[in-house]
Design a protein around this ligand. Structure first.
Ligand SMILES: NCCCCCC(=O)NCCCCCC(=O)O
Length: 388
């Protein structure tokens, strides 16, 4: 079934599932595979710098304004923390053995990168947000995605039978992980991420927010269709190559090489801060425009308040919303954030022109108390910057 899916193959002439672990050294694949081995065989990085054994803590006076800042960073399992005001890094912290220049998994912060690619394609009139999803991905006919629009996908306003209970083995989010190569497959599981997406059912567009990781992978599938590029190449072409990043980012892939767009990107805190800088700069990056000011303005305007009924967000931000794969606080500061489970944040503070990156490893993925402690800390940093 998955052979008929409309997705770019790994290299011209390859079948969708090729090369595999057993065929990558064969003549028809070795040129591609020798240059893409991380997509086929688990790979460790040999860092150009030796491990940092001490904690990095350059808090630039924020520690005088925020009681126990360092203790709070430790208590919230921070791996890397970086505050970029304008173009100056004014504070940096990293746990022992890590640095703000080390790659870290972004979890759902990856979603906001994917929507940025979609934004660039919309700006280029290659993608119509008002169009039905199935205009771009006919393979999703008869699924929950048969009917809703690209905009509803971006705003997560689709009612779908998909449980995001990260620790529940019976949840769809875990089946999704298994299809995407993040967990060991069970008998009967879909063979690939794309095949899993076609199995999703539900009521469809009902004008209410429901967070669903699968939507981002549908968006990545649309991006592949519209751009003709594999998703990692599209993310490079439309975003990463323009940031003046210090490092390549990476993304996990499934058996067909489809990037796990909803959660699988890793990059450094410093490079992630460059994404935030680009958004605060109205969509402009050192290497050129990434998205239009119109796209960025829509993020800061926020999404539909009527659609936002999710208590987990409204408890923190009573006038909060979600749009274009960004969480919008609706607070007086106009903060918006890209958020990932286990404590990943790319937080933007327009009044002080500041980007805050916090990459963490909370022991639990999604506890309300962990979200609350992290949000308090981010707001405290913003308040401290007002008087800095
Ligand atoms: N199975 C792959 C991992 C999916 C990653 C999901 C994720 O990171 N979700 C972020 C949820 C943010 C919730 C924000 C809040 O409740 O305040």
């Amino acid at each position: 079934m998955s052979e008929s899916f409309d997705r770019p193959t790994r290299h011209p002439g390859a079948a969708l599932h090729e090369p595999t672990l057993d065929t990558w050294q064969d003549p028809e694949h070795n040129q591609w595979a020798f240059a893409h081995l991380t997509e086929v065989v688990p790979t460790a990085t040999i860092s150009r710098v030796p491990p940092v054994h001490a904690v990095t803590s350059r808090l630039g006076g924020l520690d005088r304004r925020i009681t126990d800042l360092r203790a709070q960073l430790e208590a919230t399992h921070t791996d890397a923390f970086l505050v970029l005001r304008g173009n100056s890094v004014i504070a940096e912290y990293a746990r022992a053995g890590f640095s703000t220049d080390s790659p870290h998994l972004l979890m759902s912060v990856s979603k906001s990168l994917c929507s940025t690619v979609a934004g660039a394609l919309i700006d280029a009139h290659l993608l119509d947000p008002a169009a039905p999803i199935t205009r771009y991905v006919p393979a999703l006919k008869d699924s929950v995605y048969d009917g809703p629009t690209v905009q509803q996908l971006l705003d997560m306003e689709i009612s779908v039978n998909y449980s995001e209970k990260y620790t529940d083995p019976a949840s769809e989010v875990q089946t999704h992980d298994r299809a995407a190569g993040w967990r060991t497959r069970h008998d009967g599981d879909p063979a690939t991420n794309a095949e899993f997406l076609t199995t999703l059912r539900g009521r469809g567009a009902v004008g209410e927010f429901q967070y669903c990781s699968a939507h981002t992978d549908v968006l990545a599938w649309i991006i592949e269709h519209v751009s003709g590029l594999r998703y990692p190449e599209a993310l490079s072409t439309y975003v990463w190559s323009k940031l003046d990043a210090d490092h390549d980012a990476s993304i996990t892939v499934d058996a067909t090489g489809f990037g796990y767009a909803n959660a699988g990107v890793s990059c450094t805190a410093r490079d992630l801060a460059r994404v935030g800088r680009m958004i605060l700069d109205g969509g402009m990056a050192p290497g050129g425009r990434v998205v239009s000011t119109g796209w960025v303005d829509a993020l800061f305007r926020g999404g539909s308040r009527a659609a936002m009924t999710y208590d987990g967000w409204l408890t923190a931000f009573a006038t909060g919303s979600y749009t274009r794969h960004w969480w919008c606080t609706g607070n007086a500061r106009g903060n918006i954030s890209a958020i990932g489970i286990h404590g990943q944040h790319l937080w933007l503070d327009p009044p002080t022109d500041t980007v805050i990156v916090k990459l963490s490893s909370w022991p639990q993925p999604d506890e309300a108390s962990d979200h609350a402690a992290q949000t308090r800390l981010l707001l405290a940093v913003c308040a401290a910057l007002d008087t800095a």
